[in-house]
Write a protein that binds this ligand. Structure first.
Ligand code: PLP
Length: 464
């Protein structure tokens, strides 16, 4: 399997190189040359597989010859060892037609573990074959940093530097990062904002001599390996509720559009997905786009669902590529215009096609809390604020339809205890493996938001 760039100019690459490369050299994102498709007859027996067996079936065509099937089986086994639920991604029925798929049973309690745990083991395999090692830089406002650290803590060929804004992440989130003891993990608190952290990581990447000298690599949300791993739970959920013979809708709390795009891929691979419902908080440029066909950048506002406080959804470019018949020159034109003016529009026939499959809904913080309270009153379940937005979007979208809707539950409620308390009066308890989190020893450096200071720090502390 070869991968091509959404802007059509970068060279095609194989899976192993796409995994390590991240962004294509023309600024685009890599996608497979064509989508592997499962027929109805092939889907039916897949209902009997475990999550891990299904993961191998779904990923095998994407991996190509980069790993043998046996190697992929081992990678998948290792990748899901740290998950605490035997089903990995259990489904719960909320009422006659609505379900949630719980994606918070990994080590850091957010859905990012479902892709990053696999990615850690995929990186280890590929780097071992190539006899290489890489440095990964990650800027985080909360969840991504800890999921990245947990994914690579046992991978000696990867050195991880995670940047968080000093004093601006919650103490649970900070401790999930800074209490990990491993030689290859480096936590840096930057005296600045999340934007400062992101700007530093971006500048270091654009510094070609530094990038080459350090062998910089990226495990961020545009990495194809993460999208691929997220396709698995769409298969899992659809097959679990009998969707190989009826259409199923998904409601997805959305930030960078990676999770939603994985749903698009699952549909392209033959799953009968009838609708992808995109839930947003007040950072609602996607909702606006689905209504008007115009994408216009606006400033980010902080909300009670911080992992979705994003306006520019970086994976949306992959959908633009699909909708424009995989013509990279159109995507190149739209994205260049977006970078220059902060706005682009698509043709009305393209918008019509998008609206046939995607619906977008946005909710305020008050509406989010009301949704948490309502789910609790109806079912006794505590859901986190991100999941609550998914559930509210599902309700807004298909009030009278017979199509079953699965909401992806993207975080454990204990990650957001204050909001849960406010909405329901209940305490959301941390799972046992994190009970002593607040007493563990922390390790992190505090550095100024100064590019040259950070660059020197990495040079000194990368163990090579
Ligand atoms: C990252 C994240 C999201 C957004 O996912 P995208 O793939 O970026 O759209 C939603 N909810 C939670 C809890 C997250 O951590």
């Amino acid at each position: 399997m070869q991968y091509v760039s959404t802007r059509g100019l970068a060279p095609a690459l194989t899976f192993d190189n796409v995994l390590l490369t991240g962004l294509a050299s023309d600024g685009g994102l890599y996608v497979p040359e064509q989508w592997p498709v499962f027929s109805k007859d092939e889907l039916l027996p897949m209902t009997r597989l475990t999550y891990q067996e299904l993961a191998v079936r779904v990923m095998l065509p994407f991996v190509g010859t980069a790993l043998s099937e046996d190697e992929l089986v081992d990678t998948v086994e290792a990748g899901f060892l740290s998950f605490r639920h035997p089903a990995v991604a259990p489904l719960k029925q909320l009422d006659r037609n609505r379900w949630i798929c719980e994606l918070f049973h990994g080590p850091t309690l957010a859905f990012k573990d479902y892709a990053l745990q696999l990615l850690g083991h995929l990186f280890a395999r590929v780097l071992q074959r190539k006899r290489k090692s890489v440095v990964i830089l990650s800027a985080t406002s909360g969840d991504t940093g800890s999921a990245t650290i947990e994914a690579f803590r046992d991978c000696a060929a990867v050195e991880v530097f995670v940047f968080h804004p000093h004093g601006l992440v919650s103490s649970v989130q900070r401790r999930q990062m800074t209490t990990v003891q491993a030689d290859n993990i480096h936590n840096i608190a930057v005296t600045g904002t999340f934007d400062d952290c992101q700007a530093i990581v971006k500048s270091l990447f654009n510094d070609v001599s530094f990038r080459k000298a350090m062998n910089l690599s990226a495990a961020n949300s545009i990495n194809w390996g993460r999208i691929m791993a997220q396709v698995i739970y769409y298969f899992w959920a659809v097959l679990a509720i009998g969707g190989h013979f009826r259409k199923v809708a998904f409601a997805i709390p959305t930030g960078n559009f990676g999770n939603v795009f994985a749903g698009y891929v699952a549909r392209a691979m033959g799953l009968p997905i009838g609708l992808l419902i995109v839930g947003s908080n007040r950072n609602d440029i996607l909702t606006h786009f689905f209504t008007t066909g115009n994408m216009s950048i606006r400033p980010v506002v902080p909300t009670v669902s911080p992992s979705m406080d994003i306006q520019v959804a970086s994976n949306f470019e992959r959908l633009l590529f699909e909708i424009h018949a995989r013509d990279g020159s159109v995507v190149e034109r739209l994205m260049t215009q977006f970078d220059a003016t902060g706005s682009f529009s698509i043709a009305s026939h393209s918008l019509k096609e998008i609206r046939g499959l995607f619906h977008g809904y946005a909710f305020t913080d008050d509406e989010t809390k009301a949704a948490i309270a309502q789910v609790y009153a109806m079912t006794g379940e505590l859901v986190d604020p991100h999941t609550a937005i998914g559930i509210a979007a599902a309700r807004a979208s298909l009030v009278e339809s017979a199509m079953p809707i699965v909401t992806l539950a993207t975080a454990h409620p204990a990650k957001f205890p204050l909001v849960i308390q406010e909405a329901t009066g209940q305490q959301a308890a941390l799972p046992a493996h994190l009970e002593d989190l607040m007493c563990r020893e922390e390790h992190f450096a505090v550095l100024p938001a100064d590019l040259s200071v950070v660059r020197e720090y990495i040079r000194l502390h990368a163990r090579r």
